[in-house]
Design a protein around this ligand. Structure first.
Ligand SMILES: [Zn+2]
Length: 286
């Protein structure tokens, strides 16, 4: 549930209405901040259950098994741990965390829908289809950086299905959070959408290029093998296994709903396309 007054908590209709209202507030809040809403609008209001706990400030969790999002109390109204605080009251960093978790929820939702038996000719959602293709092609075998401080030292790992799905999920969520934080930073002074202001758009694109070159779009996975897990609770991907440009473009289009001319401008900054290791439909690798 998105949280509602305690006295209404045991009345199912009120609970439902509270959840729907909260979701409306989330989408309106995002629109007011000129932030992407494309994938938020695709999520049914009651899908995610939000809870608050005393986590570290920027920590958050998403549990696909019961579609549960656990956020730090600081993201709740008056830090009371009951209702989500308005997006306008969140810091840029808090919105980055929130969007990161919302993206996990979205991918979870697409997987849930896909698993439901339905009409003939059923085909996975375009993004889910792309995700599975990338999971097999790019996240089945990865380079990891065993010691975070030593980026240059990498090792190869073959990932299980669960590990590669998690690695993809985290890598993509890192990018979504990054995109939101940087959009907020770029829009901060002008108070208008970066899509209406070419200079701001260029600013975001430059930041993206720098982050991409530095290898900032890297996820992690929790090793399934107990021996490996004894060595490290989480394995972080190395720069070689960061988000590919083609993946970023698909996420910008299909999840964030970035405009085509913005993406075209971004692609110009990258020069000729490098050969993609996957035969994907994403990006410029056809
Ligand atoms: Zn995550």
């Amino acid at each position: 549930m998105w949280g509602q007054p305690a006295e209404a908590a045991d009345a199912p209709e009120n609970e439902e209405r509270g959840t729907e209202q909260m979701w409306v507030h989330v989408i309106e809040g995002a629109q007011r901040l000129q932030l992407p809403t494309k994938f938020l609008k695709a999520l049914p209001p009651g899908f995610i259950h939000v809870e608050f706990d005393d986590l570290r400030t920027y920590a958050a969790e998403y549990h696909p098994d019961d579609h549960r999002m656990v956020l730090d109390r600081s993201l709740s109204f008056n830090a009371a741990g009951r209702m989500l605080k308005p997006l306008s009251k969140m810091t840029h960093k808090e919105l980055e965390v929130f969007y990161h978790e919302l993206f996990h929820a979205y991918l979870d939702y697409l997987a849930v829908i896909d698993a439901q038996p339905d009409e003939v000719g059923h085909r996975a959602d375009e993004l889910l289809y792309f995700a599975r293709e990338q999971q097999a092609c790019r996240y089945g075998e990865v380079r990891i950086a065993p010691i975070i401080q030593r980026k240059g030292e990498t090792e190869s790992r073959y990932l299980t299905q669960a590990e590669s799905w998690e690695a993809l999920n985290e890598t993509w969520a890192v990018f979504i959070g990054w995109a939101i934080w940087n959009q907020l930073e770029v829009q901060h002074k002008a108070k208008q959408s970066m899509f209406q202001e070419p200079r701001q758009a260029m600013h975001w694109i430059r930041r993206f290029k720098t982050a991409f070159e530095k290898g900032e779009f890297r996820g992690y996975y929790v090793p399934e093998d107990p021996d490996e897990r004894r060595l490290a609770r989480k394995r972080y991907l190395a720069q070689q296994s960061q988000l590919a440009l083609g993946e970023a473009v698909v996420l910008m289009k299909q999840v964030l709903g970035f405009q085509d001319d913005f993406i075209e401008r971004l692609m110009i900054g990258f020069g000729p396309a490098e050969a993609s290791p996957c035969s994907t439909v994403g990006g410029r690798a056809e």
